[in-house]
Ligand binder design. Structure first.
Ligand code: GDP
Ligand code: MN
Length: 393
């Protein structure tokens, strides 16, 4: 789960990292009020879950409350990388002398958290990493020992930070790691971490990603989820207890088990490429889980079909704990409830597969094919999707 800038900076502040004392608002009038309360120049910042807001025109300085209202009016409702701006942060403007970069992520290959620092702050760090990787200083952190002060000083020296800032920098680095660890984050990033004209350090931008699998023990963080900021299908899937991730292909995939779901996606994509059908592939990742009951299957089908890009549905069930006859009942139930004019390819294998197939055959549904192997199922789905698209033209 990604947090907004204002949420990330609130967490940073709780961990003792200096941040601007601004407020998030949803209207120009509120922007006016906050700017007036803060006094002086403010910065109006779009709160959307993506980087590069500055370049996209989502970060603007305002010298007085009237200008703050004007900039808020312009930024609210704006679209940045496909995301609509519903909120803006009004921060007191900082007097920036230098912009630095500081982050903690997990380095899976090293099986340790990794702190990265750079004097090239404020820029796209992926670009710095591609073009001038030597400008990023890295320190792996032993999770049992935490960040040691010498490691923070290694980074300070590596990025040629003037001595007078080392004390503040090591405090911020230590607190950023604590924030990362205690929040069960997979990313905690400050870009830019600035040195102000007055010579103090301030986290001007913040980005945190929290491990979804740890949210159960952070109810306060779980509550921060911005439902406006994720595809509505994903919200509904979570409510139904389904693991769903929207992608941009044309074949809706309904599978039990995460590993089988990934295999199904890979094979579908591979089969489409081999058949020379450009742009065809999985429209989603969806794991209906073990022991899927009829209503869960129905919920999954509704979510898949709500994506207008879906031109065919591929159902791949390996019955173990999940019984194929239960899944088959779910399909019939869903087709009673949801108007379905999209062709469907079904592959059932394992527990009660024969019973499942009998249920589906007995229902005499139009637009339905069964398949025996996964490759066979993928080929049929790719062809069905293409036929559906051609029929439309
Ligand atoms: P991002 O583009 O989404 O990463 O948004 P940031 O919050 O990092 O802002 C982008 C850039 O806007 C920063 O790198 C700064 O150069 C500039 N900026 C942000 N806040 C302020 C501020 O308070 N004062 C000034 N002068 N510039 C700011
Ligand atoms: Mn930034």
């Amino acid at each position: 789960m990604n947090l907004h800038e204002y949420q990330s900076k609130n967490l940073f502040a709780q961990f003792g990292i200096p941040t601007p004392k601004g407020k998030v608002v949803t209207s120009p009038q509120e922007a006016y009020d906050v700017a007036k309360e803060l006094g002086g120049t403010v910065v109006v910042k779009a709160q959307v879950l993506t980087g590069g807001r500055g370049k996209a025109g989502g970060v603007k300085l305002a010298r007085n409350p009237d200008e703050a209202a004007e900039k808020a009016e312009a930024i609210l409702g704006m679209t940045i990388k496909g995301l609509i701006v519903h909120k803006v942060l009004i921060d007191p403007a900082a007097d920036i002398r230098q912009e630095l970069y500081l982050s903690v992520t997990n380095d899976r290959a090293a099986r340790k958290p990794l702190m990265m620092g750079s004097a090239e702050g404020g820029m796209d760090i992926e670009q710095v990493n591609r073009e001038t990787p030597e400008k990023i200083v890295r320190e792996h952190i032993d999770p049992f020992l935490g960040l040691r002060d010498y490691q923070a000083r290694n980074i300070a020296s590596g990025i040629r930070l003037p001595r007078e800032h080392w004390k503040q920098f090591t405090d911020i680095a230590r607190n950023l790691f604590r924030c990362f660890q205690e929040c069960d984050a997979t990313l905690a990033e400050i870009n830019p971490l600035v040195i102000t004209g007055a010579g103090t350090m301030l986290a001007l931008d913040g980005k945190m990603t929290i491990d979804d699998n740890a949210l159960f023990r952070h109810p306060d963080l779980a509550e921060m989820r911005d439902l406006q900021a994720e595809p509505p299908e994903e919200t509904r899937a979570r409510a139904a207890g389904l693991n769903y991730i929207k992608l941009d292909g044309d074949i809706g995939c309904m599978v039990n088990g995460a590993g089988l779901a990934m295999t199904t996606m890979d094979i579908t994509k591979d089969v489409a490429a081999r058949m020379g059908i450009n742009g065809s592939g999985p429209a989603n990742f969806l794991d209906i889980g073990g022991g899927a009951q009829a209503d869960k299957v129905a919920a999954a089908l509704r979510i898949i079909l709500s994506d207008p890009k879906v031109k065919a549905v591929l159902l791949n069930i390996f019955g173990g704990i999940t019984r194929c006859d239960e899944v088959a009942k779910g399909i019939l139930q869903a087709r009673n409830e949801v108007k379905m004019d999209v062709p469907m390819v079904i592959r059932l294998a394992g527990t009660n597969a024969a019973e499942g197939r009998a249920i589906i055959d007995g229902a005499n549904l139009p637009n339905l094919q069964s398949a025996t192997t996964l490759v066979d199922a993928a080929e049929k789905a790719v062809l069905a999707a293409r036929a559906a698209k051609e029929a439309k033209h």
